[in-house]
Structure formats: structure tokens, C-alpha cells
Design a protein around this ligand. Sequence first.
Ligand SMILES: [Zn+2]
Length: 122
Amino acid sequence: MTRISKSMSSKITKLIQAECCNYISGECLLCSTKCAQIARVKPGNLRSDQAFFICPWFLDAVLPLNKELQQLLLSKKDKRKCANCGRVFIGGSNRAKYCSSCAAIIQKMLKREYAQRKRYNL
Ligand SMILES: [Zn+2]
């Protein structure tokens, strides 16, 4: 079992404080609670479980800003490249082709297409 080291914890915390647009003095704008990602990476916490990246926004938008840290954290995980935007993301399932933000957009598109087809009886 790997535990989060002090230096890793402070690197991640600093990255979030500097780069996360939802982070305002300890609080997360999206969740209106304390930043859950920072709480998760306290030194001594276990690193191996899935909940390490508790914040999808952190994984998607903040972590890629620090390539070194990203590689370190993702090295043992199932990395995938989004088929739409090319960003690296963690595959949730074996069929995951898109990162979370593209998946939402693409699903919306498919739904719209389906509705149109239905309307014109194609
Ligand atoms: Zn994408």
C-alpha cells in the first residue's frame, strides 16, 4: 500500500491553490464545501484506491497543468486519450472513449440526433 508523502501532498495542494478556478480560500465553488481533493491528499492517506481523484475537475483540468505531477500520479492507472479532444483521462470502464466533459457533450448530441430522426420519421 502506498501512502501519500508530505511532499506529494503539498505539491498537489499548491497546484490546486494556484490553478483551480473553483478554489476560493479553501472552499470549492462547485461543492460549497471545503475542497475535497485537498482533504483527500493529506499526507499518510492511502494512495491506491479509486477515490484518490475525488474531484473530476481536478483530474480533468487542474492536474494536466503540471505534467510532472500528472505522470507521477497517473503512472499506474488506466490512462486513456479522449477520442474527441485528445486529453488524457482515467478510463472509468473498458468502453470509455471520451473524457468526462466530452462524454457529456457527445451524449447530448446523440440524444438530439435521435430526437430529430424521430421527428422526421427517418
Ligand atoms: Zn475530451
